[in-house]
Design a protein around this ligand. Structure first.
Ligand code: ARG
Length: 458
């Protein structure tokens, strides 16, 4: 017998039962569902909507069920459709018809919305904690390798040298914005839908403030129809999650490149790589690749939910049941990805000789030579031309800028003096960018200090 069976004369078709059931996935919400019910029944008792004695019996029954859920011994069944009715059905079995008073003044519509808010609030906080740990890992790695300079790229062509720490702190910027976004989203997650009933409110004199206080919600949905049909907070979460994954994916792409023989800038730890079934020599950056790949499903979950919501009339529609799997999948993917990524960064070795060698074999100090001529009074556009010709000269003679004699320099411009060599030294090149936000050591040192303060304040 279904909990809603009164108006039906036939059994539900078996396939329909399976098709409409959400218990296969929404059992993940069981403990949040029971928490919500405990708060609801407490309020029902306190407001005299049901006798206190009944409220106490129901609470006790719910607590027993909660223990079974936590122990993994609670039996969920497809016949009971979803987590809400599974719990209620077993409650009634356990404590008798009085259990049927739990659903007074409530609907599954405001109930499921409440579960989602409770679940996502808890998980968002955990994800923020993982992100903060990742920020920590970035700062740690930046400090550990503070002396390392690497080629900086535009168009994946060598551009200007930077501190590795500066490169890492660029990701610090991205991930700290992600934290801000999730924190901001929390404001809207932290709102109570319960009390909205099916859509219009309830005829019982409920106390929504009491329930909000009991569940620790900062706000209460103002409009009952909005309360049961709003899933914006999940969309926001999925969107913030997509950005996190996009940032991880960009970094992972660099790890894949940097750990290749061609780059050889880093050695990823064996614990974070896997081998090949056929090629004995292989050590593959699988973790980085898979994190990059998992970005796809997280984007998919965002687009999936936006598409479910598009065109839904108010208020609750069964389509909304499709809000869960993508959200669960994103939460799990994100938590796993962040932890793995932080571990991969913490354990990777920077191959200092390789990056130092790479910097000797490029023209990433060319801009500084142009700036040098500007300081001698030449218009920048003309200096650009002179250095361009010099680079061309180097390429055809198999040399780099530091290899040319002063003689050769003077053939290109009379303004060159002995001090040019100091100017194009890579350390000078890096440290010369001593402007706010630049890669000069003094600036980056400051940035590390600020990053630590930022972590402490998060
Ligand atoms: N399992 C449903 C969901 O996840 C719960 C709400 C059902 N409400 C209803 N009126 N059928 O959306």
């Amino acid at each position: 017998m279904k909990l809603w069976g009164g108006r039906f004369t036939k059994q539900t078709d078996k396939l329909v039962e399976e098709f409409t059931a959400s218990i296969g996935f929404d059992q993940k919400l069981a403990s949040d569902d029971i928490r919500g019910s405990l708060a609801h029944v407490k309020m029902l008792g306190a407001c005299g909507i049901i006798p206190q004695e009944d409220a106490d019996k129901i609470s006790e029954g719910l607590r027993n069920i909660l223990q079974e859920v936590k122990a993994g011994s609670f039996q969920f069944s497809v016949e009971n459709e979803d987590v809400h009715m599974n719990v209620e059905k077993v409650l009634i079995e356990k404590i008798g018809p009085v259990g049927g008073k739990l659903h007074t003044g409530r609907s599954r519509n405001d109930q499921v919305a409440t579960d989602l808010h409770l679940y996502l609030r808890r998980e968002t906080k955990q994800i923020i904690a993982h992100l903060v740990d990742l920020l920590d890992a970035l700062v740690e790695t930046a400090e550990k390798n503070f002396d390392v300079m690497i080629p900086g790229y535009t168009h994946l062509q060598r551009a200007q040298p930077v501190l590795l720490a500066h490169h890492l702190l660029a990701y610090f910027g991205m991930f700290s914005r992600d934290v801000e976004r999730l924190q901001d989203g929390l404001k809207r997650i932290d709102s109570l839908p319960l009390g909205a009933g099916a859509l219009a409110g309830t005829t019982f004199p409920i106390d929504r403030e009491l329930v909000a206080a009991e569940l620790g919600f900062a706000r209460i949905y103002e409009n009952s129809m909005d309360a049961v049909s709003d899933r914006d907070f999940i969309v926001e979460f999925l969107s913030a999650a997509s950005l996190v994954m996009m940032h991880l994916s960009r970094f992972c792409e660099e790890m894949v490149l940097w750990s290749s023989t061609e780059f050889g800038f880093v050695e990823l730890d064996d614990a974070y790589c896997t081998g090949s079934s056929i090629m004995p020599q292989k050590k593959n950056p699988d973790v980085a690749e898979l994190l990059r790949g998992k970005t796809g499903r997280v984007y998919g979950n965002l687009i999936g939910l936006l598409t479910v919501l598009k065109g839904l009339p108010l208020a609750y529609n069964k389509d909304l049941q499709e809000d869960k799997e993508g959200m669960f999948d994103t939460v799990d993917t994100l938590k796993g990805s962040l932890q793995l990524f932080a571990g991969m960064i913490r354990t990777m070795e920077v191959r200092k000789e390789r990056v130092a060698q790479a910097l000797k074999e490029d023209f990433s100090n060319a801009t500084d030579l142009a700036d040098y001529l500007v300081r001698k009074g030449m218009p920048f556009r003309q200096a650009h031309e002179v250095i361009g010709k010099l680079v061309l000269y180097c390429i055809s003679n198999g040399k780099y800028l530091a290899d040319l004699t002063l003689e050769e320099y003077k053939q290109h411009s009379a303004s060159f003096e002995e001090d040019l060599y100091q100017t194009i030294d890579i350390r000078t090149v890096v440290d010369a960018r001593d402007v706010l936000g630049g890669t000069g050591s003094k600036q980056v040192e400051q940035s590390i200090r600020k990053a630590k303060v930022c972590i402490a304040e998060l």
